[in-house]
Design a binder for this molecule. Structure first.
Ligand code: P6P
Length: 341
C-alpha cells in the first residue's frame, strides 16, 4: 500500500523505543540533518540552472579547488544545523577551523563533522556525489568545545552515515544498531525507509581502486590487486570486476549493497600526507557504516575506528568492504612484515 511507509522520524523513534535509549534529541537532530540533505539534493539536482557548477575560485584547507556546490552544501549544513539546539559545535572538510554555534542559539550535547559534498570533482560532469557525516558526543558540561574535544576515535561515534545524490537521494545511517537506508520521496518531502539492517555480502568479485596508482602501491596491496586482475587463472581462481567512480560515497554505497572492497591505501605518492582520505569525516563514518553492516574498515595495519586522531583534517589509508576481502589484505600486510623481520 502506498500509505504503508515508514519515515526516517518514525523509524528512529521506534528504534530508540525498542533500544530503550534516546530522549528525542537525536531524532530532532536527524530531522535537521535531513533538511540539510534535502536542500543539498535540490541544489545538486538543479546544478547549472542555479550557477552551481564550476569552480568557486578558491581552495579548501586541503588545497583542493572548491566548487560552487562545495560551498553551497557547506552553507546548507551550517544553516540547517546551527539552530538545532542539539550541537555544541561543527567541523567540515571545507573549513580550516571548527565552527562554534552562534551565541544566539541554544547549544546541545553533540558534535557534528562532515564532508558536505564528497566527490565534487564529478559534479561538473553530472556524476554521483554525497554528504558524509559523523556525530560525536561533546564532553560533559563543555559549553564551547575546542579542537581537542573533536579529536575522538571513530569508536566514539554516536551515529554516522552519508546521503548519496544519485538517480535517487538515499540516506544510509547507523547509530550503532545496524545500517538502514532511506530514500527521499519528493512527493511527500520525507526520507522513507528502503532497507533496514543491511549486511555487506561477506565475499565479492568486485574491487574498487584508482588503477593509475598501481605503480605506487605497497607490496601487500599490490599483491592483492594483481591477484584480482589475474582472475581465474591466478591464485584466486576466479575472475574479478573493477569499479572506480572517483566518489567515495558512490563506491561505498555500491559495496554496502552488493559487496566489494574499496582501496585508497598508503602508497609511495601519498605516504608524506598519510594517505588521501580524511579520518574524521570520511574514513571514520564510512568505517562505522561498514562495520555495522558486518564489513570491515582497516588501514591495512589496524582498525580505522581505533586510530586516535592527531588533527582535524588528518588523512588515513582506507581499505574497507566485504570482511573476507579486507581480511585478506590485512593478512598480506602481516605476511609482508614477517618476511621483512
Ligand atoms: P582520485 C573525492 O575527491 C575523494 O575524496 C573520494 O570521494 C574519492 O574516492 C577519491 O577522492 C578519488 O580520488 O585520486 O581517484 O581522484
Amino acid at each position: 500500500m502506498v500509505t504503508d511507509i515508514i519515515t526516517l522520524a518514525h523509524f528512529t523513534i521506534e528504534e530508540q523505543r525498542r533500544l530503550g535509549v534516546g530522549s528525542g534529541d537525536f531524532t530532532s537532530l536527524l530531522n535537521d540533518l535531513s533538511t540539510a540533505f534535502k536542500i543539498i539534493s535540490r541544489e545538486v539536482n538543479r546544478g547549472n540552472l542555479v550557477g552551481g557548477l564550476g569552480s568557486a575560485g578558491s581552495d579548501n584547507v586541503q588545497g583542493e579547488q572548491q566548487k560552487h556546490l562545495d560551498i553551497i552544501a557547506n552553507t546548507a549544513m551550517l544553516h540547517a544545523l546551527q539552530s538545532s539546539g542539539h550541537l555544541a559545535g561543527m567541523a567540515s572538510e571545507e573549513m580550516d577551523e571548527i565552527f562554534h554555534i552562534p551565541t544566539r542559539y541554544q547549544r546541545g550535547k553533540y558534535l557534528l563533522l562532515f564532508d558536505p559534498l564528497d566527490g565534487s570533482s564529478n559534479i561538473d560532469v553530472n556524476g554521483t556525489v554525497g554528504t558524509i557525516f559523523s556525530v560525536l558526543r561533546a564532553p560533559e558540561s563543555v559549553e564551547r568545545p575546542t579542537l581537542k574535544d573533536f579529536l575522538q576515535p571513530g569508536t566514539s561515534q554516536v551515529a554516522a552515515g552519508y546521503t548519496i545524490y544519485g538517480p535517487s537521494t538515499v540516506l544510509a545511517l547507523t547509530y550503532g544498531s545496524g545500517v538502514h537506508t532511506f530514500t527521499l520521496d519528493w512527493t511527500i518531502g520525507s526520507f522513507v525507509l528502503s532497507q533496514a539492517n543491511l549486511r555487506v555480502p561477506e565475499r565479492t568479485d568486485e574491487f574498487a581502486i584508482n588503477a593509475s596508482r598501481l605503480r605506487y602501491l605497497e607490496a601487500p596491496v599490490r599483491r592483492y590487486v594483481d591477484e584480482c586482475i589475474a582472475g581465474k587463472d591466478g591464485p584466486r581462481g576466479m575472475n574479478f570486476n573493477m569499479r572506480w567512480t572517483g566518489s567515495m560515497v558512490a563506491d561505498i554505497h555500491r559495496i554496502l549493497l552488493r559487496g566489494g572492497i574499496f582501496i585508497y591505501a598508503l602508497d609511495s605518492a601519498n605516504k608524506r600526507t598519510g594517505g588521501k582520505l580524511r579520518l574524521m569525516y570520511e574514513a571514520n563514518p564510512m568505517a562505522m557504516i561498514m562495520e555495522q553492516a558486518g564489513g570491515m574498515a582497516s588501514t591495512g595495519r589496524g582498525r580505522i575506528m581505533e586510530l586516535v586522531p592527531e588533527n582535524l583534517h588528518q588523512r588515513v589509508p582506507v581499505i574497507a568492504g566485504s570482511a573476507a576481502e579486507v581480511d585478506r589484505v590485512i593478512e598480506y600486510h602481516i605476511q609482508d612484515e614477517v618476511k621483512a623481520a
